[in-house]
Design a protein around this ligand. Structure first.
Ligand code: PLP
Length: 436
């Protein structure tokens, strides 16, 4: 029904007047920029933005070595013998998975994730606890959206993983930062967690194994974290994207092991351990023996019903990908990573003005402290990264992006020879700049 037919005759003039008025306003705005969400402001630091800026100043004479972003999938030393294309091709060929998947994921894929996450737990996850998402990033987006209430805040690690902060800005969630302590193997400052928590705190984000520090938390520390979260009555958002990516004798223990103390929402994806970040398959799993997340689960179902998850053909390959039959491949990847961690730690230790407090035991990253007072022409981590790019074309991520000024994050999911070259270049760069 056209609106004008509803308008009584006497009001027509007014109504038309209003219409004319709107049209005049619209005409005045012609060509003006459409408005956008003010929470999406261009001056916020993002990994991709900073990396783009650094890439633009690279030394054109030297080949780029990127230790900036965490994607090992393109290197042959990792991808050789990668067994996951078979199951994917099979699911495409079968032709049965061209349909829409269920909003929460195909039952067989959810069951496979539940079993994968339940290994070693007394009573594990079940199919209905698991929701498949488009990468781990959508899993954390969904989790924050579902837990957000007006005026709420969330506790994030510093240094951290920037997408958490970015989503907090978009959804008007206050981000509060607790410190990871370099001199204590990057453990969580739990006293600070207690101080930061109030009745509006909706969750505690714990990243283990840790990006960007390479730490792997002991069962004892995980127990302390769960105990603290339980006392404070806040759920733990356990980012286990690097689950099982540990070496050098440290062992991954899932946060859900301690779900009798605090409720746990586990986040994960195929991106890192399985080296298929572009496949965009992740999950969130709600483990709630205490029963405090019932409402959260219903909200998750409602949200998942209006968003869409990962591609159905990739979901169909999940049971095979997560099965135990690829252990050899995972072992090989860990051997390469452990060697890289040893090389990086050993080499950085020999560079004056740089300091790393502990050798990575998991993930693919190490944090390095930069003594800027000892380096000529460098007053902060951004300068360090920029000058290093200008002279050596070696890309590292300035810690400021992660909340740690005068530190840099170095990615070591690269072939050993490339990493050695990069370390040599970083060393000669620092030597040239050293104030003795
Ligand atoms: C990579 C990563 C994710 C998720 O990555 P996706 O590519 O979206 O699967 C989540 N948390 C951390 C800490 C990560 O490093």
């Amino acid at each position: 029904m056209a609106p004008s037919t509803q308008v009584p005759v006497a009001a027509t003039t007014d109504h038309d007047g209003a219409v004319h008025h709107d049209r005049a306003k619209a005409a005045a705005r012609r060509g003006a920029l459409a408005r956008s969400n003010p929470n999406l402001s261009p001056d916020k630091l993002s990994i991709r933005g900073v990396v783009a800026e650094l890439l633009s100043v690279a030394n054109a004479e030297k080949a780029l070595i990127s230790l900036g972003v965490g994607d090992a999938s393109s290197y042959q030393c990792f991808s050789e013998g990668k067994p996951f294309s078979g199951p994917l091709l099979e699911s495409v060929r079968a032709g049965r998975f061209d349909c829409y998947a269920h909003s929460f994921g195909f039952p067989a894929a959810r069951r496979a994730v539940a079993e994968y996450l339940s290994k070693g737990l007394k009573s594990g996850f079940c199919e209905s606890d698991v929701f498949l998402t488009s990468g781990g990033t959508q899993a954390l987006q969904v989790t924050l959206t579902v837990l957000a209430t007006p005026g709420c805040n969330v506790l994030l690690p510093r240094p951290g993983f920037p997408p958490y902060e970015s989503f907090c800005e978009v959804y008007n969630i206050e981000a509060r930062y607790y410190d990871l302590l370099p001199q204590r193997n990057w453990e969580i400052d739990l006293d600070q967690v207690r101080t930061l928590t109030d009745c509006n705190t909706m969750g505690l984000v714990v990243i283990n194994p840790n990006n960007p520090c390479g730490a792997v938390y002991s069962p004892n520390h995980l127990h302390q974290i769960a105990e603290t979260a339980g006392e404070l009555n806040i759920p733990i958002i356990a980012d286990e994207t690097y689950g099982h990516m540990t070496y050098g004798g440290s062992k991954f223990v899932p946060m859900a092991t301690f779900a009798n103390l605090a409720s746990v929402i586990t986040l994960g994806s195929l991106s890192k351990r399985f080296l298929v970040p572009g496949w965009r398959l992740g999950w969130l799993a709600i483990y709630d023996p205490l029963g405090t997340l019932k409402q959260v689960k219903v909200a998750t179902e409602l949200l998942m019903n209006v968003t869409s998850g990962p591609a159905s053909v990739i979901q169909a390959a999940v049971p095979d990908i997560l099965s135990d039959s690829h252990d050899q491949f995972h072992k090989k990847v860990l051997t390469v990573l452990e060697n890289s961690a040893d090389i990086l730690y050993g080499r950085i230790k020999q560079i004056e003005a740089l300091k790393c407090h502990s050798k990575p035991q998991g993930s693919m990253f190490m944090m390095v402290e930069v003594d800027t007072a000892r380096l000529r022409g460098i007053s902060n981590d951004m300068d360090f990264a920029k000058e290093l790019m200008k002279e050596e074309s070696v890309l590292v991520l300035p810690g400021t992006v992660l909340g740690m000024k005068n530190w840099v994050r170095i990615f070591f999911g690269t072939p050993a020879d490339l990493l050695i070259d990069a370390c040599d270049l970083i060393k000669s760069f620092c030597e040239r700049r050293l104030i003795s």
